[in-house]
Design a protein around this ligand. Structure first.
Ligand code: ARG
Length: 576
């Protein structure tokens, strides 16, 4: 059920009948104040301007021609020509009834698109750290949302699994195997990387061997490829543990690392040269872009192949965009990468478009996000100043949640406690990130994310258990609710109207990749439910009809909260 789309269609028809062009926009928005009704149409003013007509006069004509049937109880013109629409409570009740029994909460089928989502993207032989956390969490919510709407989602984990550092990593893995006859040291990836680098910097022979391995690996040497594979596999197996703990849907099948594009790179460079886009400059191959100026105001040069023949991160992203369109058949490609890589992506995509690798109809979208900061407003670090390992962070989240849950539920079994603490702890870390507009930096603060009040995971998870328990306490099953939904109280109507806005919310999240819009909606919904619950008797309602009706509202609220949280990758529990 999408009321906005429905009204948009009806008001556009009236606008056209009143003389507006066929592509006019009704501009239907949810009203922000009750006195303006439930929705308002703001499109009259701009159409009137085009037609050279006084806006109020056009508004009057539109209202006359507008056929809303039983959808609205009242339509008013306000200000210079806004049209305020007040929904009819009976219509709302009937729609809520339909949604309750429809599959997928009555979400309309979409014309399915193929959407490639680039997220998480950790680096091989390096521990995943908090910097990868935002990409993983927000990207996964985007993937779940698009999939729920019915799109075909291809998860692309653009792992950093290629580059000159592999010479040194292979040489160090070899050294360890010789000395310890095992790969043990890889259990601490951060340490492994540090040691490899140290050997490279301090041991001449080691460095020589490492450089040799880079060349051999690029030439497809069997031994080097085998060692490389080992490094990739061990890293990804560790990352998979983190994904599972985080309730993130990525699997090892979703890995499409940088190495995948390696074989395409010589062809890309040759093609860009042939198209006259790339030129030789001081031994390197460079694309000069007029769109970007360097310090001196000259077109910026983007290197795609170095003097020594090596390719760059940008070259890989050019090939990658091409592959996602040509081979994966993408209609949209969403990149969840932090904002510091914005210019890099824009340069790569400018080249992609100029070379005609991806047509304009296919969108390449950078859904960027800011940094994760500590309470002091500085990049989030350990007390000693090191980067925080994701696994340590998650351990702490669960430990803190355990304490809270134990305080609130002294009689819970140890097993249930563990389960609830996991769900709440992990949920808190994820929700704290998801609930803030992704474009800004955000402050990581344990106390506020684990609070049971406010727009937090524990609050939302608790709200769900409360709503669900009302229904359970009634001791009746969903199928026993046979009477139609009818509403008389303001609070019932407000709750039902908001419940019907779930699809509108999903649509915004899917279009803009902004999960915080879903969080705000669910939080609002939980608040409206509280108001309804406090003021309207459910189990002791004045009639059987009202009792069933209110139970239906509680049930639909529980289902909407659960489904909404699920699109965010946040689990629920039955009690806490
Ligand atoms: N591995 C990179 C990093 O850790 C992120 C890759 C993002 N995806 C892309 N297509 N460039 O910074």
């Amino acid at each position: 059920m999408n009321i906005q789309a429905l009204l948009s269609d009806k008001v556009s028809q009236a606008l056209i009948a009143a003389g507006a062009p066929a592509d006019c926009e009704a501009q239907i928005r949810q009203s922000t104040k009750a006195q303006f009704g439930d929705y308002q149409a703001n499109g009259v003013m701009s159409v009137a301007k085009k037609l050279g007509m006084p806006p109020r006069q056009l508004a009057e004509k539109v209202v006359q021609l507008l056929d809303l049937g039983d959808i609205a109880s009242k339509v008013e013109i306000a200000g210079p020509g806004f049209i305020n629409i007040f929904l009819n409570a009976n219509w709302v009740a009937h729609q809520a009834d339909l949604v309750l029994s429809a599959p997928k909460l009555g979400i309309a089928p979409v014309a399915p698109q193929t959407i490639v989502i680039d997220y998480s993207a950790p680096n091989v032989a390096k521990e995943m750290h908090v910097g990868h956390l935002r990409s993983t969490i927000i990207g996964d919510a985007a993937a779940r949302t698009q999939e729920f709407l019915g799109h075909k989602v291809i998860r692309a984990n653009h792992v950093g699994d290629w580059g000159t550092q592999f010479g040194m990593l292979i040489a160090y893995l070899e050294k360890m195997q010789n000395e310890h006859a095992s790969d043990m040291g890889l259990s601490d990836l951060e340490q492994f990387y540090r040691e490899a680098k140290k050997n490279y910097d301090e041991d001449e022979d080691f460095a020589l061997r490492a450089r040799g391995y880079v060349v051999k690996l690029q030439g497809g040497d069997d031994y080097c490829l085998k060692m490389w594979r080992k490094l990739v596999d061990i890293t990804m197996a560790q990352n998979q543990i983190t994904y599972n703990r985080l309730n993130v849907t990525l699997t090892e099948d979703d890995v499409m690392g940088e190495s995948l594009y390696n074989a395409m790179l010589p062809g890309i460079v040759a093609d860009l040269k042939a198209k006259g886009l790339a030129v030789e400059s001081e031994g390197a191959t460079v694309v000069f872009l007029d769109e970007y100026k360097n310090k001196d105001g000259d077109p910026m040069g983007v290197i795609i192949q170095k003097k020594d023949g090596g390719y760059l991160y940008t070259t890989t992203d050019i090939a990658c965009a091409k592959y996602r369109y040509e081979t994966l058949g993408a209609d949209r490609v969403l990149y969840y990468i932090d904002s510091r890589q914005h210019q890099h992506l824009m340069q790569a995509w400018t080249i992609v478009r100029k070379a005609g690798y991806v047509p304009d109809a296919v969108t390449l979208e950078h859904h960027m996000f800011g940094m994760m900061l500590g309470k002091d407003g500085k990049p989030f670090k350990t007390r000693a100043g090191g980067t925080i390992r994701l696994s340590d962070l998650l351990d702490e989240a669960i430990e803190r949640a355990s304490k809270l849950i134990a305080e609130k539920n002294p009689d819970m079994s140890a097993e249930e406690m563990q389960n609830v603490a996991n769900t709440v702890g992990i949920g808190a870390v994820k929700y704290a990130d998801l609930s803030k507009s992704r474009t800004t930096d955000y402050i990581f603060d344990w106390d506020s994310m684990l609070a049971f009040e406010g727009n937090t995971a524990p609050y939302m998870q608790y709200a769900y258990t409360r709503v669900a328990s009302v229904f359970k306490r009634a001791g009746i099953a969903e199928n026993d609710l046979t009477l139609p939904l009818v509403m008389t109280e303001e609070r019932e109507i407000a709750l039902a109207t908001r419940l019907l806005q779930f699809e509108e919310t999903l649509t915004v999240v899917a279009r803009e990749g902004t999960p915080h819009v879903m969080c705000t909606y669910l939080y609002d919904l939980a608040g409206l439910f509280s108001g309804f619950y406090e003021h309207c008797q459910i189990l002791n309602a004045e009639s059987e009809e009202a009792r069933q009706s209110r139970l239906k509202l509680a049930l639909l609220t529980a289902k909407t909260l659960k489904t909404g949280l699920d699109t965010l990758g946040i689990d629920t529990v039955e009690r806490m």
